[in-house]
Design a protein around this ligand. Structure first.
Ligand code: ADP
Ligand code: MG
Length: 258
């Protein structure tokens, strides 16, 4: 299912994976400081799972990485771009970053295929036939080549989320951000989505994944970062953070989710 096109590779076949480097990131909404000096690096090709209680700032952190939110302080480098440089070419930088949300946000009036082509033709200026080719390859890659003509309401939640992943991949991202991609799904469709993500990780995609799926984190993540109250409380190799956390807050959180 994933041996079709690996468009995280460039035209010469080598992998285009971008790293992320976040230094002392601060973000407030009014007087509510949500991110209180976060530093976090993800190397090219690395998979980092971000865990932590609701309200700890995980989504805000992801949204700062592709500038859906403007940080107040600190720096973020993505690939060769300095996201916090006022002169940064935001559009070019964002193109390196694919994002998948808890709510899939597919266009309801477009087929799975068209969901995967619209930004290709509008943003990347690809021809319709090239966009179709890329979209088909990515729908195959997520196991949905046979459902390309279905509309979102004719697909299960897990299938819709896989279309959302194919749509993001169709833009040739060098980094993928996932914000609780399986939290809104029926349990029986979670596995297919995680399996697509596992394959993507194997191909060498850089991934920053907010998730409560500890099994996935343990198996796929190179590192796990635990956030609480807008700070990184603990981080390390997945097995160590999940099985032998050192901080009380981490232990308490894991007790609730495991
Ligand atoms: P998490 O994803 O870990 O649950 P969030 O990043 O969504 O946490 O939220 C962290 C805090 O920031 C919460 O207290 C939330 O209410 C607040 N927050 C998030 N987005 C906004 C916003 N657009 N405006 C005001 N407050 C926000
Ligand atoms: Mg969130």
């Amino acid at each position: 299912m994933n041996d079709v096109v690996t468009n995280s590779r460039n035209h010469t076949g080598s992998l285009n994976a971008a790293g992320v480097s976040i230094q002392n990131l601060r973000k407030s909404y009014g007087t509510n400081e949500v991110l209180k000096g976060i530093s976090l690096n993800v190397s090219p090709g690395e998979v980092v799972c971000l865990i932590g209680p609701s309200g700890s700032g995980k989504s805000t952190l992801l949204r700062c990485v592709n500038l859906l939110e403007q940080p107040n302080e600190g720096t973020i480098h993505v690939g060769g771009f300095d996201a916090t440089d006022p002169d940064v070419d935001i559009d070019r930088m964002r193109r390196k970053v694919g994002m998948v949300f808890q709510q899939f946000n597919l266009f309801p009036h477009l087929s799975a295929l068209r969901n995967c082509t619209v930004a290709q033709t509008k943003v990347l200026k690809r021809s319709q036939s090239e966009a179709d080719k890329v979209a088909h390859a990515n729908l195959e890659r997520v196991g949905l080549g046979h459902l390309a003509d279905r509309y979102p309401d004719q697909l299960s939640g897990g299938q819709q989320q896989r279309v959302a992943i194919a749509r993001a991949l169709s833009m040739d991202p060098e980094l993928m951000l996932f914000d609780e991609p399986t939290s809104a799904l029926d349990p029986e469709t979670v596995g297919d989505v995680l399996s697509v993500m596992r394959n993507l990780a194997k191909e060498g995609m850089t991934m920053l994944v907010v998730t409560h799926e500890m099994g996935f984190a343990r198996e796929v993540a190179d590192r796990v970062v635990f956030m609480d109250g807008g700070v990184v409380v603990e981080e390390g190799v997945a097995e160590q953070v999940i099985s032998a956390p050192t901080q009380g807050r981490t232990k308490e959180f894991l007790k609730r989710v495991l």
